[in-house]
Design a protein around this ligand. Structure first.
Ligand SMILES: *Cc1c(COP(=O)(O)O)cnc(C)c1O
Length: 436
């Protein structure tokens, strides 16, 4: 916080397409999709109009004991586009609550069906599922979560498959994590309600891309042990991985799916937790049975958010956004291929439109710079001077432009990133050494 107060922050005043403008009139490419949520760019006519039209009807009315036309329409669309089996939608207003809801839903499901001993969760180390106490409890990032450990419920953590930091090949890396998950389920299986994962990519941990097949194998394992699978698609959903949802890559149908970030095209806070008919049915019963799901937020299923989300989904179709992604992912891959050879670049990772470049002190040993040197932050502020708004995860530079970015803007962004690593990074490293 002191560092931020001591710096000169950029203050965004307006935006146009894939660019942000600050109060000084400077222009930046939105290189991280306004924290991974923007899809079609800013001030998109169709979404703006959908929100204005909705304002002419109603901005918000509660979903507690009432219906609302836009929320019904969006729920129908979500059921159509998500993996088969997910037929029920529970709204909230951000990614953390969508996970909070998933966790409570899985827990109460087993209470309701008479398997009350299933009270625990299995998650991956370095997982990130949000910042509320329940979602932090299933999160595994020491730097964010360590201080709160006495506030949290105890989760069973399995090492995440992280090929760059694993001594061995990608297949062995996945196999290792899976065998640890199997051991965990062997030991605690009867106490476990669900396994929760970020499918394919662990975002906040540094865009860790899991080896192919890992998600499918986790699904098989959860079936074998009779535990639920919760997939947190808050970051990966809505085109980020080059398919609409990451689960599609491995034809996985989860029991519960969490959606937020890109759901409204990055316009308004809205989230959804989807589940199966089976789980839904377990919450039915007489009033005396108390099977209902006691969870609801004031702004659950906000009508303006739902209107924006419907408009965003329509744009996905009209602009054939998903079909345009392989070409753009190819541009990122090409550029990352060159960047990988530059000094201090330890690893480049990519899954569709999610990219990351890990900066290290020593490429051979993979040793990182000290946290307090803030090399990632310094490099991102150099990129900002070159016209790209970036935000790192430690020393991992995240490259995540809006999914619908045009190829010219994407090329400009990749050039800024590459040039900055080539020219600014060696200077940053020299200045650290001089200070020492
Ligand atoms: C961002 C994120 C969340 C939390 O979403 P918020 O809307 O910031 O609360 C949860 N899970 C994943 C995977 C995320 O990337």
């Amino acid at each position: 916080m002191s560092g931020w107060l001591g710096s000169e922050p950029a203050v965004i005043d307006s935006a146009e397409g894939f660019y942000l403008f600050d109060t000084q009139g400077r222009r930046y490419i939105d290189g991280v999709s306004s924290l991974w949520c923007n899809v079609h760019g800013h001030r998109v006519r169709e979404i703006d109009e959908a929100i204005c039209d909705q304002l002419g009807k109603v901005a918000h009315s509660t979903l507690l004991g009432l219906g609302q036309t836009r929320s019904i329409e969006l729920a129908e669309r979500l059921v159509e586009i998500t993996p088969e089996g997910l037929g029920k939608v529970f709204y909230s207003d951000n990614g953390s609550t969508s996970v909070e809801i998933a966790v409570k839903m899985a827990y109460q499901y087993f209470q309701n069906i008479g398997e009350g001993g299933r009270t625990r969760f299995v998650a991956l180390s370095n997982a990130y599922h949000g910042d509320t106490v329940g979602s932090v409890s299933v999160g595994g990032m020491k730097i964010f979560h360590g201080i709160f450990k006495y506030l949290l419920f105890k989760t069973l953590f399995v090492p995440e498959p992280h090929p760059y930091r694993f001594d061995g090949g990608a297949a062995q890396c996945a196999e290792y994590s899976l065998s640890k998950m199997r051991d965990m389920l062997d030991e605690f299986g009867g106490e476990v309600a669900a396994v929760i994962v970020e499918p394919l990519v662990q975002g906040a941990a540094g865009i860790i891309v899991h080896p192919a097949g890992f998600l499918r194998d986790v699904r098989a394992l959860t079936r074998e042990y009779g535990v639920l699978l919760i997939v947190d698609e808050v970051a990966t959903g809505f085109g980020r991985t080059s398919k609409m949802f990451a689960c599609e890559h491995e034809e996985v149908g989860p029991d519960i799916m969490c959606l937020a970030k890109g759901i409204t095209g990055g316009y308004l806070p809205l989230a959804a937790t989807l589940t199966t008919r089976d789980i839904f049915d377990a919450f039915l019963g007489t009033a005396a049975e108390h099977k209902t799901f006691y969870h609801g937020h004031t702004y659950t299923g906000n009508a303006l958010g739902c209107a924006a989300a419907i408009a965003s989904l329509r744009l996905f179709e009209e602009n054939r956004v998903i079909e345009s992604l392989p070409e753009k992912a190819g541009l990122i891959r090409e550029s990352f291929g060159e960047i990988a050879g530059l000094p201090f670049v330890g690893d480049v990772r990519q899954c569709g439109m999610m990219g990351a470049i890990e900066i290290v002190m020593d490429k051979a040993t993979k040793e990182s710079f000290a946290y307090e040197e803030a090399v990632g932050a310094k490099l991102c502020s150099a990129m900002r001077k070159r016209g790209a708004m970036m935000r790192p995860l430690g020393d991992v530079i995240v490259v995540m432009p809006p999914v619908a970015v045009d190829t010219d803007t994407l090329r400009d962004l990749l050039k800024i990133v590459g040039d900055s690593i080539k020219e600014d990074l060696p200077k940053i490293v020299r200045s650290i050494k001089v200070q020492r």
